[in-house]
Design a protein around this ligand. Structure first.
Ligand code: PMV
Length: 309
């Protein structure tokens, strides 16, 4: 008996950080990069293997706060198989870690899906998302829930913390190029730093979060109208607000600027910042130019991702 399941990466189109403070955001799955989980029968206790991060251990021997242990425990409890044993979970992921691709949420989602298949049960996306969210709290401290939501639902979402996500549907296809600075930046550190700044200067940070929220809302409306130029402008505006927030970096600013100069309609950092990814909105004919410019500028990984209209 052996089951396999996958989950995609994601990027945030609008609204990161402000989303932690209740403002709206838009996130889209990146289906070209995947985490894969395999569950197969084996003798004895539950064994977990994550060769990409050099981890392997018996489930029972991990400390209770270990994210993989918590995930498996919560999933088995939800499925009514809390006493199950006799299987091994192997996790592989091609999603770069700490770059804003939601690698943690993708690995967790793949595991929950593979366990569901192994026990012949189904779970709705909101149930998977709720379990993954518990584990995200270990990885990220105070996550908004956007990563687990977009990845578990595997659809573009308009997201407000604590509310049921709305499907986000653009009025025409959106093509984005994702460029990785190659700088690893754990979300937890950046989110914690922003919280410190917000505590010291609430008026300023609340104002910035409001502005980002307005940009996200305007971005949703422009995308729904199919107004790509406006979406691009709003991405630029979002990037400037993220700079003011203090979460950009010289590498991100440079790639964003290069993408714009090469003909992108707009560009911004995506995810927590200080490193990780930037995204650029491009029209079909500009793809090769922007792609090449980012490559020459040293982007370590480049993906093109399309959201259908
Ligand atoms: O996982 P990342 O790096 O894409 O960050 C998620 C987005 C944040 O808004 C920075 C954090 C959150 O929980 O929403």
């Amino acid at each position: 008996m052996k089951t396999i399941a996958t989950a995609s990466g994601k990027v945030i189109l609008f609204g990161e950080h402000a989303v932690v403070y209740g403002r709206p955001a838009i996130a889209i799955p990146v289906t070209g990069i995947k985490a894969v989980a395999v569950v197969e029968e084996s003798a004895g206790e539950i064994f977990i293997r994550a060769p990409d991060i050099g981890k392997e251990f018996y489930f029972k021997e991990a400390p209770p706060e270990d994210p993989l242990r918590l995930l498996v425990e919560l999933t088995l409890r939800h499925l009514g198989w809390e006493n199950a044993r006799g299987f091994t979970i192997t996790i592989r992921s091609e999603i770069p870690i700490a770059r804003g691709f939601g690698s943690g949420a993708a690995v967790s989602t793949a595991i929950v899906r593979a366990l569901c298949a192994y026990f012949g049960q189904e779970m709705a996306p909101e149930e998977i998302s709720a379990i993954v969210y518990e584990v995200e709290k270990i990885y990220h401290g105070t996550p908004s829930g956007i990563d687990n939501t977009v990845i578990a639902y595997e659809m573009p979402v308009f997201f407000i913390k604590g509310q049921k996500p709305l499907p986000f549907k653009a009025g025409c296809p959106l093509t984005i190029i994702i460029g990785d600075t190659g700088v690893a930046s754990p979300t937890r550190d950046v989110v914690l730093w922003v919280r410190g700044q917000w505590e010291r200067n609430k008026a300023r940070y609340e104002r910035l979060f409001d502005q980002i929220g307005e940009v996200a809302l305007a971005g949703k409306e422009a995308a729904e109208r199919g107004d790509l130029r406006k979406v691009g402008e709003l991405m630029d505006e979002n990037h400037n607000l993220l700079r003011e927030l203090g979460v950009s970096s010289p590498e991100l600013d440079r790639l964003v600027e290069i993408a714009r100069k090469a003909g992108a309609l707009g560009a911004k950092l995506s995810g927590a910042g200080w490193g990780g990814n930037m995204i650029a909105l491009v029209e079909e004919e500009a793809i090769p130019r922007v792609y090449q410019a980012l490559k020459e500028a040293g982007a370590v990984m480049l993906f093109t991702s399309r959201i259908s209209g």
